[in-house]
Design a protein around this ligand. Structure first.
Ligand SMILES: Nc1ncnc2c1ncn2[C@@H]1O[C@H](COP(=O)(O)OP(=O)(O)OP(=O)(O)O)[C@@H](O)[C@H]1O
Length: 730
């Protein structure tokens, strides 16, 4: 009856004359490994008949057993040491060190769980919905994460899994997923509170732009609150991202997934990765990318990226960039650009989180207030308003304001009733009584005081303050990386539209891939790593390769403003961006400033220099051409071109001119044609179909684009189920 694996238990019990309880412990309480005893409570032992003195003897025996087997990785987890070796010995989670007397999580029997549908899967294994029939007779909806078995990394995975259980057991906050307990039979299971609406990532990807912005702000306050709690407990999460934010209800989110979380000793303020571990590099702060250092401030940076994800409906940050390219860009002042639907106040919060120097970033306790104060302004429509390509309003509609200010004649907002986003005259807006933000009490809202709501741009704007320079990047940096964890199929699906794991993107193949895509103009085949992790040692990366056009273009391919990501074709940036760069060389935003990037990188790239020169020559010609109006002298051509460039993101002035020329300088028709072209470049449907979709969406390119992406997804799904229909158009 005694198997080899549980001999240790029998011996341990025999030493203290408790061997008669062997079967009850092994089969009744499912104790098959020494660390399972960490979860056994006094009541459990009483239940199987071990008396108080017997229990005391048992704990003594367990203690000496642990001392004699300290070298086991299993043991390290519960001895307060992390399994990553090196200096982690002094990274003690609060639950393990000073709080060792804390109540351990409930030991749950397999038989108490009734499993339901699969919720998802991660690196540990599958997560399923279940009902937990508690010993007290209650039935609780739960999520059960089951550790996958059979992996070659089983010991590491078990250790990580138990570390997560052990960490979670000490957490108690309304914005943190609650751990109910663990099942210690094989395979190990973790039982947590169920977030019935799944991950925020999945929700936002699904809704694609049709989501109340005011709720995104609310979620931001909740995530900040959860993170403040972790900060106050000296925990560093290290994996904050929309995929790890779970929705308990429509209006409540909780932080989940603590697989990478580490606690800090009181005498240390940071954690340094020394072993080969995966990190979600697109979310990482420069200090983490550079030397593997994680502080509370690194979580703050990740919080900024999580906000950015939320307001882009979970687009991929730094899409197409490798870790070292991201680091290079960040250190040269680039930041993720402001998402089109992001209220200006919230982007200002993101920029604060992205200060290059960690101490320049706010703490989470400061962020709680900062985010609360950044609540987007809400106004109420005073009357009905309908105009082509404008935000339609009915009297009394509440509008969440995205863009406002003295200098702009129209405001951009989201109609809370229809969730549409668009521009409208500010004279239609009256203060909303429900808005928390103070708004003037006059019937026509007076624009906010200039400056007070402007971006503070706390991203690093001063080259002298940058956190390292490319010159300091070590060419011999160790990015030689073991293979990434194998991801599950659900994660592969999540990967659509996302970047590669670190080792694959750093490899030569990746660069080739990108070049091929750039050259062929094909839709990019996206790589299978949903969470942008790598087993990277986060050592200083080698100096980025000297920029040249071939390497740069792929970076630009994924510029959301200037390029259609599906088409993979690069479109030169609008002319006005060049001016922006010349004026503010250190305030580039990824995605918004290709010409600036070109100029910046052209220093060492003759080919790029050529392109830049051509663009400048074209500007000069345009300048010379001013005043020689051939078509409609009464119309200010330059102004019309600029207006159209504003209306159709990503088009060059040349393209606009051509479109105007082809349409007899009728701006409306030219605009429509440019939009059809933009949609058509996605290579997914004919021009006629593009025109129909655009017309259906009131010529709103953004919405039409999303509709097309939805159609493409549906088509792909249909193809999966009906291969014979392959080849059909959208
Ligand atoms: N408590 C929960 N309630 C509802 N759904 C959950 C819960 N926990 C996890 N899920 C779902 O299961 C998926 C996988 O979760 P899990 O934490 O295992 O993986 P992950 O965060 O994607 O990856 P990893 O474990 O590698 O960090 C999540 O994306 C989410 O959709």
């Amino acid at each position: 009856m005694m198997d080899h694996d549980t001999q240790w238990l029998y011996q341990l019990l025999a030493e203290v004359q408790l061997e008669r309880f062997f079967l009850r412990l092994r089969d009744g309480l499912n104790v098959t490994r020494i660390e399972h005893l960490n979860y056994v409570k006094e009541a459990d032992l009483e239940q199987i008949g071990i008396s108080r003195p017997g229990q005391r003897r048992l704990w003594e025996a367990v203690k000496s057993y642990k001392t004699s087997t300290r070298s086991r990785p299993w043991m390290k987890v519960f001895n307060g040491r992390t399994p990553e070796g090196g200096d982690q010995a002094n990274c003690v989670g609060p639950s393990q060190g000073q709080d060792s007397g804390r109540a351990l999580p409930c030991l749950i029997q397999d038989s108490e769980l009734v499993f339901g549908e699969r919720l998802g899967s991660g690196s540990f294994g599958v997560v399923k919905k279940a009902e937990w029939h508690t010993p007290t007779g209650r039935v609780l909806p739960v999520a059960v994460k089951t550790l996958r078995s059979g992996s070659s990394r089983q010991v590491d995975m078990v250790t990580d899994f138990l570390l997560e259980v052990s960490t979670m057991q000490s957490l108690d906050h309304p914005n943190i997923i609650h751990l109910y307990g663990a099942v210690l039979t094989h395979p190990l299971k973790m039982v947590t509170e169920l977030a019935s609406l799944g991950s925020l990532y999945d929700t936002l990807r699904l809704r694609q732009g049709i989501y109340p912005l005011s709720r995104l702000w609310l979620f931001s306050t909740q995530i900040a609150a959860g993170m403040e709690y972790l900060e106050s407990r000296r925990f560093i999460h290290r994996d904050l991202a929309a995929r790890n934010v779970l929705m308990a209800s429509k209006e409540l989110v909780k932080i989940g997934d603590f697989g990478l979380m580490r606690g800090l000793d009181h005498d240390r303020d940071h954690y340094v990765m020394t072993a080969h571990r995966r990190i979600p590099f697109a979310w990482c702060a420069p200090e983490s990318l550079r030397v593997g250092s994680f502080l509370h401030a690194s979580d703050v940076w990740m919080f900024g990226v999580t906000l950015w994800e939320m307001f882009t409906y979970c687009e991929e940050p730094w899409l197409g960039f490798s870790a070292r390219q991201i680091l290079y860009s960040i250190e040269h002042g680039d930041r993720l650009e402001r998402p089109p639907d992001c209220p200006q106040e919230m982007y200002s919060v993101m920029r604060k989180c992205w200060a290059c120097i960690p101490t320049d970033r706010p703490t989470f306790s400061q962020l709680k207030t900062i985010v609360a104060e950044a609540q987007p302004m809400e106004v109420r429509a005073v009357k009905d308003f309908t105009e082509p390509r404008k935000l339609s309003l009915q009297a009394n509609d509440l509008v969440t304001i995205i863009e406002h200010g003295l200098e702009i004649g129209e405001w951009k907002g989201q109609n809370q009733r229809t969730l549409s986003i668009g521009w409208f005259p500010p004279s239609l807006a009256a203060p909303s009584l429900t808005a928390v933000c103070p708004v003037p009490s006059t019937s026509v809202i007076s624009p906010p005081v200039r400056g007070s709501l402007h971006h503070t741009g706390h991203g690093d704007t001063d080259p002298a303050r940058s956190w390292g320079t490319p010159e300091r990047i070590n060419d011999n940096g160790n990015w030689g990386i073991p293979s990434a964890r194998v991801k599950t199929s659900s994660n592969l699906k999540k990967m659509a539209g996302m970047s590669k794991s670190l080792e694959s993107v750093l490899g030569g193949a990746q660069d080739k891939d990108i070049e091929n895509v750039a050259q062929s103009g094909q839709r990019r085949q996206l790589p299978p790593d949903p969470r942008r992790f790598s087993d990277a040692v986060v050592n200083p990366p080698p100096r980025p390769p000297p920029p040249n056009l071939k390497r740069i273009k792929p970076w630009m391919i994924y510029d959301r403003r200037t390029v259609n990501p599906l088409a993979g074709a690069w479109t030169p940036p609008p002319h006005h961006l060049q001016l922006q760069f010349q004026q503010q060389p250190q305030q580039q935003c990824f995605g918004s400033n290709n010409l600036a990037r070109m100029a910046h990188l052209a220093k060492s790239s003759p080919q790029l220099d050529d392109d830049l020169q051509k663009e400048k020559d074209r500007d000069k010609e345009r300048e010379r051409g001013k005043g020689q109006e051939r078509y409609t002298p009464q119309v200010n051509k330059v102004a019309v071109i600029a207006q159209l460039q504003d209306k159709v993101h990503g088009v060059t002035s040349d393209e606009v001119q051509k479109a105007l020329h082809r349409n007899d300088w009728n701006p409306t028709r030219a605009e429509q044609q440019l939009k059809i072209d933009q949609l058509f470049y996605m290579n997914q449907c004919s021009r006629d179909e593009c025109q129909k979709i655009l017309a259906r969406y009131n010529w709103d390119l953004q919405h039409a684009g999303r509709c097309l992406i939805r159609l493409v997804k549906e088509r792909d799904r249909t193809r999966e189920t009906a291969p014979e229909r392959r080849g059909e158009r959208v």
